[in-house]
Design a protein around this ligand. Structure first.
Ligand SMILES: [Zn+2]
Ligand SMILES: [Zn+2]
Length: 368
């Protein structure tokens, strides 16, 4: 059996004498700790799991999210082992971003398939990359934002992120930390195709705008959605679960297809973009963009309106449980978010109705 490449034992808990690793590579702009670890592990001809466990002292290197929010003692160990400054290490994580709420960072989070009953182990950790960014990299690497499962657009290039391999056509996936296959960010982990050869596709402007608002919300914890107002990040996630859940969980198949057809027609989506609103990141944001556009005027004329109205009127409001994590705090936060959202819903609906007496009469008739 091969020895650890570091020739050191895993650092003991509380140990103040952690030895510096013999190799160092500089983190690249907006690089994820996950990606930096993989690049460093390759220099040792090892996988990320071994580097994390033996070199950095990560207790469970196979857990998918240790890199995103490392505990303070792990940051201290990383500082001692790598020689990298703590502020730089934090910059490679999501420690300063809004915490995970209702599993909001997982793959294709707002896509329809997430509202179906898939057990967690069947969910593959999908990856999306910007081919324009990778083409310009001297050493290809993964940006932090690409590892958040609903991020669909490159902020620098304004193009849709690539989620499928141009060769094998299968979805891109985040390499497992224990994989012995060499990891290169610009190549498909399944067939090694060069991802930079894929044609990049401009994202629609309205989706870039929504995407920017969402990324600000994830970074700062606060969003400002036109027509809805200021919402904290957990409220945004709950709002989206109500809207998208209305389509995928509350509607009959016939009504759902009619609603999606309306989205497609209104946005002329299939003429310009090849999207799948039930599965992919860009498609799910397009659906959300359509639901939120000109709120609540747009929604009122759609098939979704009745379901959302029903949600507002219900004594016990339901939000998809399939999308939440099993943490009790998540459920509590969700209940608090529901109260804020339903107040916001009612206020905006009422003010939109008072601007349009005809609709006010209709609204009164349906909500009375
Ligand atoms: Zn880019
Ligand atoms: Zn491939």
């Amino acid at each position: 059996m091969r020895c650890s490449p570091f020739n050191v034992a895993a650092p003991e808990e509380g140990s103040s004498k952690l030895r510096r690793l013999p190799l160092y590579i500089r983190p690249l702009p907006d690089e994820a700790l996950f990606s930096w670890g993989w690049r460093l592990a390759r220099r040792f001809e090892w996988n990320l799991s071994t580097l994390a466990r033996d070199g950095w002292g990560v207790r469970d290197p196979l857990s998918p999210d240790w890199w995103a929010r490392p505990a303070g003692e792990l940051l201290s160990a990383l500082e001692a082992r790598t020689g990298e400054e703590r502020t730089e290490l934090r910059r490679m994580t999501l420690l300063d971003w809004a915490p995970v709420v209702r599993d909001d960072e997982c793959s294709s989070r707002f896509a329809g398939w997430r509202f179906e009953a898939h057990p967690p182990e069947e969910r593959e950790r999908g990856l999306a990359v910007c081919t324009a960014c990778l083409s310009g990299d001297r050493a290809p690497y993964l940006r932090r934002t690409w590892l958040i499962g609903w991020v669909a657009v490159c902020e620098a290039h304004g193009c849709a992120l690539l989620t499928r391999c141009p060769e094998c056509r299968r979805s891109l996936r985040v390499p497992r930390p224990g994989s012995n296959a060499p990891f290169v960010a610009s190549r498909c982990a399944r067939c090694s195709a060069d991802l930079t050869q894929a044609e990049s596709q401009c994202a629609p402007e309205e989706i870039c705008r929504l995407h920017k608002i969402l990324l600000t919300g994830k970074r700062t914890g606060q969003t400002e959605l036109r027509g809805i107002g200021a919402l904290a990040w957990p409220e945004v996630v709950t709002l989206f679960d109500v809207l998208v859940g209305a389509i995928w969980e509350e509607m009959t198949v016939t009504d759902r297809l009619a609603a999606i057809a309306q989205v497609v027609n209104d946005g002329c989506l299939y003429g310009r973009f090849r999207i799948d609103v039930s599965r992919d990141r860009l498609g799910s944001l397009m659906l959300l963009g359509w639901l939120l556009n000109d709120w609540p005027r747009n929604l009122e004329s759609s098939q979704v309106a009745g379901v959302v109205r029903g949600w507002m009127r219900a004594r016990t409001r339901r939000v998809s449980r399939k999308c939440s994590s099993p943490q009790p705090a998540d459920e509590k936060g969700c209940l608090e978010s529901q109260r804020t959202i339903s107040t916001n819903f009612a206020e905006h609906w009422q003010s939109a109705s008072s601007r349009d007496p005809q609709r006010g009469a209709t609204d009164h008739a349906t909500t009375g």
